[in-house]
Write a protein that binds this ligand. Sequence first.
Ligand code: FES
Ligand code: FES
Length: 151
Amino acid sequence: MAYTITINGTRHEVDVDSNTPLLWVLRDVLGMTGTKFGCGMALCGACTVHLDGAAVRSCITTIDSVGDSQVMTIEAIGATSAGAKIQKAWLAHEVAQCGYCQSGQIMSASALLAGNPHPADTDIDDAMSGNICRCGTYSRIREAIKLAAQS
Ligand code: FES
Ligand code: FES
């Protein structure tokens, strides 16, 4: 089935089954591999993208459900105010270790900061609790979000 979706401000036409996860469209159809596959079951957050500014798990978001919503991925998040602050703070705190989870972490953190410029610790915990990091970078993530909130 043919779909037209808007990703990072650009319209893309894709022809896939209606229940195809957005993650597969991004990675396999469009070659946008910044968004990662971890669990495929909404359990790890590696596949997080924004749908109209909200952080969603693209592994369980079907292409059919995207509709006219604006999709944003890690490839473009640095062009947003919150995303640029988050990326700068990530570098300052050298957050990434292996890096695999980090695009999802940055997408969740950017959505948090865009909606709540001065998040409390509990806000950070709530926003980031679904993003798993097997390298255990959680404390640096929290500090980086706080730094981004001050900038
Ligand atoms: S791959 Fe989507 S939450 Fe794990
Ligand atoms: S940096 Fe390795 S899984 Fe998070």
